[in-house]
Design a protein around this ligand. Structure first.
Ligand SMILES: Nc1ncnc2c1ncn2[C@@H]1O[C@H](COP(=O)(O)OP(=O)(O)OP(=O)(O)O)[C@@H](O)[C@H]1O
Length: 647
């Protein structure tokens, strides 16, 4: 037995089990359908009687009476239809609940919100399709029973004319149902495979061109297009059989009734009975068969595909992915924001480990409704304890990013979570502390300034430890200890930054955002402050860096550069990102270099640096556009030694 057939049989078994457990609802549905069917019966019977017993006999009132009966049948039928909808809801909603429970469990287990929203959408499709199927197949059965009973009661001979073509049409349709469903599924799978493939290839066109892989990619894409074309043609061929079934079962009875009318009249069938038979065929049987053929033919296979996809194991087992292997992206391990979709997929495919300190999912932000986004579709994940340096050219959006994470701005779209709490919310706000470039201190004691972010009384020892950690101790001594008076105007910008840093260090917030918060400190003092934050137990640090030394210290670097944003370690970026090398090289070249680095003389920790453009990454890969080596890395970096400013 093939995998597809086994899956289909499994689905059928589960479906029958589901229906068996809801037999009461099915009975209710049947009862209301009978009432609805009364209308189908009367639609031909009443006009026949009206003609034969009323108008043709000159008894107008009797004729009108029968027509009134037909009208009453319509009213009762409408009531029955309303009750039918309620019964269908009772059948369909439990299926929806069951599927929702299943996909939510799966989404929680896989910690994949993207997949979850996709799956819940599919549940809605499954619910609607199932409801449509129940309505269509039920309607056909009851309408056909009503109409055939009516034909029999008018004149059994009529069945001889109507029944054979109707049965042949239904039989032909039934025979095509399974192969049609298979072809429909193949077509859907081919269509999705092509869409998936294009979604992967299109964002990487630049890399494909850079690595000369156009021909191979075009050939692979062509294969998928051909596969979809073949599937569409095969489906269309079966579509012709479907139309034939409808012509046979729906149109032929009308033709036969008209062609055999003289014979039928000779056999004693009355003109009214003939009129009634035509009404049954054209008003009931043909529309019901039409709905069945189109509804069951299309929706049935759609439902099968969706249900199989929602199945607990091998969610995509029903999906034929005939696409070629993932395209090479040109530059080894590198990944830019071009790779965002692939990177996002890699990220969501990873098993959940622990709660991330910071998660950005497809974050887009602009300063105005029609303004160009400063940040676009940014994905970023930082585990607790991570140390990230954000670099990029002036005005690229580094401060905007930290402000968004701090919850002072709201993304236009996408989500930001700090230790699982969405930003901006009070919970997320309590988990982060933002130290901007401009450090604010106020007139008061140093202790008051330091304890400002703590709701609880802060032990002196803690304050002294934080002051020591960030390098505030000399100022603390100069001011005469924690009780010393702070006069903001008497402090230098660097001293004010040290106070602000010690205050943030004392806060309980595990995520520290330093937005050029050390720009007035010398490199040595900056290094000390950053290390103090990086070594807080469980503390996560995001630094908007203005020196290369900052980027080197950080475990990961986010180089913001619009669509070419790159992410990785400093060494990876140096290896893979031409843009990053260019920036680093710019610093080394000194003043007047394109990136206009802020150099600090005699930096024992390395070179000063940077600013460059960008977006996101998956925590493991970095990027380069253009072959690696096209831009030569500065000699100092290749030697692994820090830069030194010349002269
Ligand atoms: N409050 C604001 N209102 C409108 N536009 C703003 C605002 N703040 C920043 N911008 C604009 O958003 C863009 C990104 O600015 P942002 O300050 O985030 O960049 P940056 O990379 O931090 O720059 P720098 O390194 O110079 O601090 C710039 O074009 C800037 O002019």
């Amino acid at each position: 037995m093939s995998g597809g057939t086994a899956a289909a049989d499994g689905l059928l078994r589960r479906g029958l089990r589901f229906l068996r457990s809801r037999w009461r609802v099915l009975v209710r549905l049947g009862v209301w359908s009978v009432l609805e069917t009364g209308q189908s019966f009367l639609i031909g019977y009443a006009p026949a009687r009206a003609l034969d017993d009323g108008f043709l006999q000159g008894r107008t009132q009797v004729g009108l009476g029968w027509l009134a009966v037909a009208g009453l049948g319509v009213v009762l039928g409408a009531y029955g239809t309303a009750r039918v909808y309620a019964a269908v809801a009772a059948l369909v909603e439990p299926l929806r609940d069951r599927l929702v429970t299943r996909v939510v469990e799966r989404g929680v287990r896989e910690a994949d919100r993207g997949a979850l929203s996709g799956l819940t959408q599919q549940v809605e499709i499954a619910r609607d399709t199932f409801a449509g199927l129940v309505m269509v197949s039920r309607s056909f059965v009851f309408t056909a029973v009503g109409a055939l009973a009516g034909l029999f009661s008018l004149a059994p001979l009529l069945l001889l004319v109507v029944l054979p073509p109707l049965a042949a049409g239904v039989g032909l349709f039934a025979a095509t149902l399974r192969p049609l469903a298979r072809r429909q599924e193949t077509f859907l799978a081919a269509d999705e495979a092509l869409a998936d493939w294009l979604g992967t290839v299109c964002p990487g066109l630049r890399d494909i061109t850079a690595s000369g892989a156009e021909d191979r990619m075009a050939a692979d894409t062509g294969n998928l297009v051909d596969a979809e074309l073949r599937a569409a043609r095969s489906l269309a061929r079966f579509g012709v059989l479907r139309v034939a079934a409808l012509a046979l079962g729906g149109h032929l009875p009308t033709v036969l009734l008209l062609a055999t009318a003289p014979w039928l009249l000779r056999q004693g069938v009355t003109p009214g009975a003939l009129l009634g038979a035509l009404a049954y065929v054209t008003q009931s049987l043909h529309p019901a068969l039409h709905n069945l053929v189109h509804g069951l033919g299309t929706s049935g296979s759609r439902l099968a595909v969706v249900l199989r996809r929602l199945a607990p194991t091998g969610a995509a087992e029903g999906r034929v992915h005939s696409g070629p292997a993932t395209p090479s992206r040109g530059a080894g391990n590198c990944a830019t924001s071009h790779d965002a979709p692939a990177a996002a997929r890699r990220q969501t495919a990873a098993p959940p480990t622990k709660r991330n300190a910071l998660t950005l999912s497809s974050v887009t932000f602009a300063y105005g409704p029609t303004a160009a986004p400063v940040i676009e579709s940014l994905d970023l994940t930082l585990p607790p304890g991570a140390h990230l340096a954000v670099v990029g050219p002036s005005g690229i959006g580094k401060s905007t990013l930290t402000t968004l994470v701090a919850g002072l701005l709201e993304p236009r779209s996408g989500t930001i979570r700090i230790h699982g709490d969405p930003a901006p919310t009070p919970q997320a706000r309590a988990s982060r502390v933002l130290i901007p470039q401009e450090a604010y201190v106020f007139t008061g004691s140093l202790a008051e300034n330091l304890a400002y972010l703590r709701p609880d009384p802060v032990p002196e020892a803690e304050m002294l430890a934080s002051a020591e950690a960030v390098g505030l101790a000399p100022l603390l001594d100069a001011l005469g200890g924690l009780g010393g008076r702070v006069d903001p105007t008497a402090l230098s910008a660097g001293e004010r930054q040290l106070v602000a840093l010690a205050r943030a260090h004392l806060s309980h917030a595990p995520l520290a955002l330093l937005d050029e918060a050390t720009c007035h400190l010398d490199p040595r003092a900056e290094a000390r402050a950053e290390r103090a934050f990086a070594s807080r137990p469980g503390g996560t640090l995001v630094v908007v860096a203005h020196r290369v030394s900052s980027a080197r210290r950080a475990g990961r670097v986010l180089m913001m550069d619009g669509r070419d944003t790159a992410y990785g370690t400093h060494d990876e970026l140096v290896r893979c990102s031409a843009r990053y090398r260019e920036l680093v090289g710019g610093w080394a070249a000194g003043p007047g270099a394109p990136s206009q680095p802020a150099l600090a003389l005699g930096d024992p920790d390395g070179v000063d640096a940077v600013a460059g453009p960008g977006l996101a990454g998956d925590g493991r890969h970095v990027v380069a556009h253009g072959p690696v080596g096209q831009v030569q890395a500065p000699r100092d970096l290749r030697d692994g030694r820090p830069f030194r400013r010349e002269g």
